[in-house]
Design a binder for this molecule. Structure first.
Ligand code: ZN
Length: 263
């Protein structure tokens, strides 16, 4: 499943290629009945909050959540757009640019009130500006009042928006923290440090499209085998202490950690 950095990348692509242009919004499969609500209007803004993408038009916004299978494709064309191939749920069209969306969990029109309540429901996103540190405070507060394990809280989009399985595993390793520690047993400074670390790492993901998480490998394009400290490294020796990386299921999602460095 794409993590927040890739949703923010898509938002930027829309900003760069389609902003302030009237878009034809189409439903090739016939399943995106809200297309007509905004079709013909200009795209006024595109933004991400965690894993949610919002395309703002004049009278409403389109909300997209890719889920596990969703995918975007952007392409240019000269005379006429290519026929949609495969299961295209939504198509956004200008005179020279076509953007197709396949397989999302959510693709719907919402009004401005619904946008407000969506943003209220979501936890803070380390990729959104936080000049006064309010998002950081909100994250700390939401972690500290919960008794569930921090490994679970980092994946809870109402606590922290945008982090998925890769960043979860790597952030906890970097913090030297057991994924099983309950939120309310953590010192506020440590929770704040996790926020700061996410705020440092995730913009690198937006910039490069890669989830760069290892010191010494934060620049450039590390090989796949070098990329992570614990994610998908179960059974391999920890790069720091040599202990075998462990794997478990936490709420049906694979969890990776070093039992010694993260005791
Ligand atoms: Zn270790």
């Amino acid at each position: 499943m794409p993590e927040g950095h890739s949703v923010h990348r898509t938002a930027k692509q829309f900003q760069k290629l389609l902003l302030n242009q009237p878009l034809q919004v189409l439903s090739p499969q016939g399943r995106f009945t809200d297309a007509a609500v905004v079709s013909g209007q200009s795209l006024t803004k595109s933004e991400a909050w965690g894993k949610q993408l919002l395309l703002h038009f004049e009278t409403a916004a389109i909300r997209v959540h890719l889920g596990i299978y969703g995918k975007w494709s952007f392409s240019k064309f000269e005379e006429s757009p290519p026929e949609p191939t495969g299961q295209v749920r939504a198509r956004f069209l200008t005179e020279s640019q076509v953007v197709d969306l396949r397989g999302p969990t959510v693709c719907e029109a919402i009004d401005f009130t619904q946008i407000g309540s969506l943003f209220e429901r979501l936890g803070p996103d380390p990729l959104r500006p936080d000049p006064r540190g309010e998002s950081r405070e909100r994250f700390i507060e939401r972690v500290l009042r919960r008794k569930v394990p921090i490994g679970q809280l980092l994946m809870d989009q109402s606590v922290l928006a945008g982090v998925g399985n890769v960043y979860r595993a790597e952030l906890l390793f970097r913090a030297g923290l057991s994924p099983f520690t309950p939120g309310n047993k953590l010192p506020a400074e440590l929770v704040g440090a996790i926020w700061d670390d996410a705020s440092m790492l995730m913009p690198l993901g937006v910039k490069t499209g890669l989830m760069l998480t290892r010191d010494g490998y934060l620049n450039g394009r590390p090989k796949k085998d070098d990329r992570y400290s614990v994610y998908k490294r179960e059974g391999l020796p920890c790069r720091q202490c040599g202990t075998n990386i462990a794997i478990d299921l936490m709420q049906a999602r694979k969890l990776y950690w070093c039992p010694k460095c993260q005791a």
